[in-house]
Design a binder for this molecule. Structure first.
Ligand code: PEP
Ligand code: MG
Length: 571
């Protein structure tokens, strides 16, 4: 038995067999072969298995994520049947009597180099496709297993160095009972995805991939951030009870699903869900979401082989709005950059991607991409209660420019005879300290604020949200953070606007009483946090919490704030 401590990333307890998602060892020897036909047959068999697998992966992606996500696998399937590539490999086996591994490696390298050197991003993407597909075929030639999250068909806990947001999006909840990684923090995007998939997760364990073998039994406690490898009988029983208790607790929470969120003294606040795809709306509603407070649209662009078209985006936005009926849906425009990359968008390498051309900065540089998204959103606006917000706004000039483009596209659409709602609120995410500091000035021009504390904390504390070694600086209760948050809420209210929060802090049980007292109007969180938050708020008096505001703002440390709240709220 071995215990590891990581960062609690998604609630629940998973107990299952470990499945390591690690790159397989694809090393091989170049050999001369006598039976050329047999070698070609080996190649054909490896291509056939790869094809069957990729078809399954594609179908899985289509069902769980939609047609556009499945397209990347169509591109991979094309590589497998590309006569130029396959014939060249066969010819090499025939003409040089080499084994299939050596022939495949040399020919695919040649194609990869050729496509990589092309000027065109689309062609360079073909190089990435060939690289991916060759690895799969090579694994079959060498008879080593090729980990494929989408094809898992027994209950497992996934172990990985890290999971990219698109890896996470491929996980099948029926079989993947939890995951744990070496790196990452509570607000890294794999953790956020785990919460929307409602799978228990612990990230940032530093060494899990080294400490475990495939098939070991593993416990992932996503509440306390603990991971236990090959537990003793006693420990196993203890966690089985914890799992059962959590299930019971969920049933109690579920009784509040259709109840409003009202504090003990009768004050209503709105609890929304953060979603990444139209498929997440079901979870948001099942967990009692009164709104979508953050739709992270970049997931529509990720795991795709090209930019989603205006029509594809329109369908996704319309689907979310229709499913939510007339409940508010706050859509955030594209936030690419930082830990979220697009394989088909060729951005220059940056020293500090989180401080670089990310989100609105990219959209204002690549207005073609931005305008397409704005048009799709505006076209969808008549299907529900749409609000649009821009991410990573640092200056009023950026906001004015982004809003200007939105209004321009609105006029263009109207000129084309397309209906657009006139009720769309236009707001910003407050996640850069400069904006939080001059929230007063912003409040005069925006319709609402949504505070993105994942980034606001990272930028205020100068601590990378992906780096588990500085995760102790993720301090939502730090008085500096509370001061900025309060400033934003006061600024909004002074101008008659509303203030929400869509960072992870909004669902934190210590932060909730503070934010209620500060007068936050909307709390948006992972769907699974909504019912616990509603339960908690029904037991809190807003007036009492408000009376602690000045005292909290004058405290010196996060620890002091936490101790105070724990005492006042019996936590
Ligand atoms: C945030 O920064 O708090 C936020 C909600 O956005 P994201 O986590 O997607 O950066
Ligand atoms: Mg952010």
């Amino acid at each position: 038995m071995k215990n590891l401590q990581g960062i609690a990333a998604s609630n629940g307890v998973a107990i299952s067999k470990a499945y390591t998602l690690e790159a397989p060892d694809l090393s091989f020897e170049t050999e001369k072969v006598k039976d050329v036909e047999l070698e070609i047959q080996r190649l054909k068999d490896a291509l056939d298995i790869s094809k069957t697998e990729l078809e399954e992966v594609k179908e899985h992606a289509r069902q769980s994520l939609g047609d556009e996500h499945a397209e990347i696998f169509s591109a991979h399937l094309l590589v497998l049947s590309d006569p130029e590539l396959i014939t060249a490999v066969e010819d090499k086996i025939k003409n040089e009597n080499v084994n299939a591994e050596a022939a495949l490696d040399e020919i695919s390298q040649m194609f990869i180099t050729m496509f990589d050197q092309m000027d065109n991003a689309y062609m360079r993407e073909r190089a990435a496709d060939i690289k991916d597909v060759t690895k799969r075929v090579m694994a079959h030639l060498l008879d080593v297993s090729f980990p494929d999250p989408a094809l898992i068909n027994e209950e497992v806990v996934i172990i990985a160095e890290d999971l990219t947001p698109s890896d996470t999006a491929q996980l099948n909840k029926q079989f993947v009972k939890g995951f744990t990684t070496n790196i990452g923090g509570r607000t890294s995007h794999s953790a956020i995805m785990a919460r929307s998939l409602e799978i228990p997760a612990v990230v940032g364990t530093k060494t899990i991939t080294k400490d475990i073998k495939d098939g070991d039994t593993i416990i992932v406690d996503g509440m306390d951030g603990e991971v236990i490898i090959n537990p003793s009988e006693d420990v196993l029983e203890k966690y089985q009870s914890k799992q059962a208790e959590f299930a019971k607790q969920k049933e109690v929470w579920a009784q509040l699903k259709d109840e409003p969120t009202v504090s003990k003294d009768g004050q209503h606040v709105e609890l929304g869900a953060n979603i990444g795809t139209p498929n997440d709306v079901e979870g948001a509603l099942n967990n009692g979401g009164e709104a979508v407070g953050l739709y992270r649209t970049e997931f529509l662009y990720m795991g795709n082989s090209d930019f989603p078209t205006e029509d594809e985006q329109f369908e996704a936005y319309k689907s979310v709005l229709e499913q939510m009926k007339d409940k508010p849906v706050v859509v955030r425009t594209l936030d690419i950059g930082g830990d979220k990359e697009l394989s088909y968008l060729d951005l220059p390498e940056e020293m500090n991607p989180f401080l670089g051309v990310r989100a609105i900065r990219l959209c204002l540089e690549r207005k073609d991409i931005f305008r397409t998204q704005l048009r799709a959103l505006l076209r969808a606006s008549t299907y529900g209660n749409l609000k649009i917000m821009f991410p990573m706004i640092a200056t009023l000039k950026e906001f004015r420019e982004a809003k200007g483009l939105l209004l321009e596209e609105k006029e263009n659409l109207k000129g084309e005879g397309i209906q657009v709602s006139d009720e769309i609120e236009i707001g910003i995410m407050v996640e850069i300290p400069s904006t939080a500091v001059i929230a007063r000035q912003f409040a005069k021009e925006v319709d609402f604020f949504s505070i993105g504390t994942n980034d606001l904390i990272q930028y205020t504390m100068a601590a990378d949200r992906m780096n588990e070694s500085v995760s102790y600086l993720y301090q939502p209760y730090h008085p500096a953070i509370l001061t900025l948050v309060n400033n934003v809420i006061e600024a909004a209210h002074a101008e008659g606007k509303w203030a929400g929060m869509c960072g992870e802090m909004a669902g934190d049980s210590i932060a909730i009483p503070i934010l209620l007292g500060f007068g936050l109007d909307e709390f948006s969180m992972s769907a699974t946090s909504i019912l616990p938050a509603r339960t908690q708020i029904r037991d809190l008096s807003k007036e009492e919490m408000a009376s602690y505001k000045e005292q909290l703002l004058s405290m010196s440390t996060a620890e002091e704030v936490e101790a105070f709240i724990r005492e006042k709220t019996n936590q």
